[in-house]
Design a protein around this ligand. Structure first.
Ligand SMILES: Nc1ncnc2c1ncn2[C@@H]1O[C@H](COP(=O)(O)OP(=O)(O)OP(=O)(O)O)[C@@H](O)[C@H]1O
Length: 513
């Protein structure tokens, strides 16, 4: 691998802590600290993403590269560091946080000039670990590795995953806060992204009244990642904020399109670039439920439930607006932009739903159609993904009851069948308003509705296998997630088996990763 090409421009630009023993640091107003990863004695590669490595300019894997992949015995040119950020967690200001178990190697540029940051997750404690260990368990690492790649192949902006390795050490975790912690295998992943900057980085500098660094951070971000912005002065920051709002809304709509529930949308988990970041207690939707949250910590308020993600992202943008206020002093502008967020979000959301149904354009009465559909989905307990796959197969000759009863988690008694029939008739009437052919309408559905989603029970089975030294499921899932709009393995295109309804890690997840 071209490890020698990795550089660290971030640490040349921003104030940081370079002290010998960063764990005892006492310099609050910095954006990063240099820190050495622990290194591991017996690391073992589980999977390496060669396509991504080539794409970002890191090239092919050699056996010696296992050291780099686990942040062990690093060469001189890699000056490792962890960044400081702040955040609002579950609606409350949490003060300073930071990369508690993420360590950056720096950045690599590929042949076409595209830059990517490279980061280990689980390579040891940093000055931002608070009292935690900086480690990651196999379970959470497999989940992040596979799901971030699945999102990429679904066409959704995300951080990506380059490798997954065993560290050779065990880590102690209490999965469901049972008071009975268990040893689990430790793992480390490398993830990559154009940038890992979060809303929280801006919040930290603003809260600390480090306005010059806030300006530098905004300038750095615009110059590197928002290259279309050419204005100067306050106008530049206004355009930046508008674009962050747009990218965030677009991302939320994409999550709704495929049924992704993030589970822990704190502002420190919001990417300033509009990427999906932090694959913790996430879940893909099985049965359609706007109120579903996979995160056990979130159960009481369901703040981060599936149906609330649009609204919560707007709340998070309000916090970002507050943080940017020292450089965008136009309160009315910020308020108007945030108020427009809802309109833009719903317009984009409804356009997306149109495509899911194979409609070529949004019509006046679609609002009512979508509301009826939502009520039907909830009441008939339909699987979100499979419902649309079945809808593609519907024609005059099909037995609609058989077609849809296989994708419900409940029993379709006569009254429900009537409701379904009524809805499908209204759907067929609505399809007649299309100005495109049946085939074009079907193509729209096929490219919008995935045939494969990475369900929690599949991940659960995969983790069990890897724990027992087998990688067959990992290989199959990789193949399936790389082709999500095809049915590569028919056995994966079924609803969650009922055996998994109450298995921890399949229905509910905790943050103990
Ligand atoms: N095992 C751990 N050791 C040290 N810090 C941790 C650990 N787990 C979580 N943290 C820190 O706690 C905060 C919130 O955790 P969260 O679960 O959102 O993040 P994460 O999954 O570790 O990381 P990321 O957001 O980088 O994907 C973060 O600042 C994170 O770095």
């Amino acid at each position: 691998m071209n490890i020698d090409k990795i550089t660290q421009p971030f640490i040349d630009v921003f104030p940081g802590d370079f002290s010998e023993n960063p764990m005892q640091r006492n310099t609050p107003k910095v954006l990063f600290s240099t820190v050495n990863p622990v290194g591991f004695n017996n690391p073992e590669l589980i999977v390496f993403n060669e396509k991504l490595s080539e794409e970002i300019g890191l090239g092919k894997f050699n056996e010696v590269d296992i050291n780099f992949l686990t942040a062990t015995n690093l060469p001189e040119n890699i000056k490792t560091y962890a960044t400081a950020y702040a955040g609002h967690q579950f609606g409350n200001w949490a003060g300073q946080l930071g990369d508690g178990r993420a360590i950056l190697a720096g950045e690599i540029t590929n042949e076409t000039g595209e830059k990517n940051e490279i980061q280990w997750k689980g390579a040891g404690a940093t000055p931002y670990s608070r009292h935690a260990d900086g480690r990651a368990v196999l379970r959470s690492s497999v989940r992040e590795y596979l799901m971030s790649e699945a999102m990429h192949h679904l066409g959704i902006p995300t951080t990506r995953a380059l490798s997954l390795s065993f560290t050779g050490e065990n880590v102690v975790r209490d999965i469901m806060y049972s008071g009975n912690p268990q040893e689990e295998k430790g793992a480390v992943i490398i993830r990559t992204a154009e940038s890992f900057l979060r809303f929280g980085h801006f919040e930290l500098m603003s809260a600390q009244k480090e306005i010059n660094t806030l300006i530098d951070l905004a300038d750095f971000t615009i110059e590197n990642y928002f290259k279309d912005i050419k204005s100067e002065g306050e106008q530049k920051y206004k355009e930046f904020f508008t674009e962050v709002c747009k990218r965030t809304a677009d991302l939320m709509v994409e999550w709704f399109r495929v049924g992704f529930v993030h589970g822990v949308m704190n502002t420190d988990n919001m990417s300033i670039l509009g990427l999906t970041i932090d694959y913790g207690p996430y879940s893909m939707l099985d049965e359609y439920d706007l109120n579903f949250t996979p995160n056990t910590t979130d159960l009481p308020g369901r703040r981060y439930a599936f149906g609330k993600q649009g609204q919560i992202s707007q709340w998070n943008l309000w916090q970002l607006a507050n943080a940017l206020f020292p450089i965008i002093k136009d309160e009315k502008f910020l308020e108007d932009t945030l108020n427009n967020y809802g309109n833009y979000f719903w317009e984009t959301h409804d356009q997306m739903l149109c495509r899911k149904f194979g409609f070529d354009d949004l019509k006046k009465d679609d609002d009512e159609f979508f509301t009826n559909w939502q009520a039907l989905m909830q009441e008939l307990q339909f699987d979100y993904t499979l419902f649309f796959n079945q809808l593609e197969k519907l024609d005059e000759n099909s037995d609609f009851k058989t077609l849809f009863s296989t994708v419900s988690y409940g029993f379709l008694e006569d009254s429900k069948v009537k409701k379904l029939e009524h809805f499908l008739l209204s759907y067929q009437l609505r399809l007649k308003e299309n100005t495109v052919s049946k085939e074009e309408s079907l193509n729209l559905m096929r490219e919008t509705n995935p045939k494969f989603i990475l369900r929690n029970y599949l991940l659960y089975e995969c983790i069990e296998e890897i724990n027992n030294g087998k990688t067959e499921m990992l290989e199959k899932l990789t193949q399936a997630l790389e082709n999500p709009y095809k049915e590569v393995f028919p056995e994966f295109s079924v609803k969650r088996p009922s055996d998994y309804d109450d298995v921890s890690g399949c229905s509910m997840l905790s943050c103990s990763s």
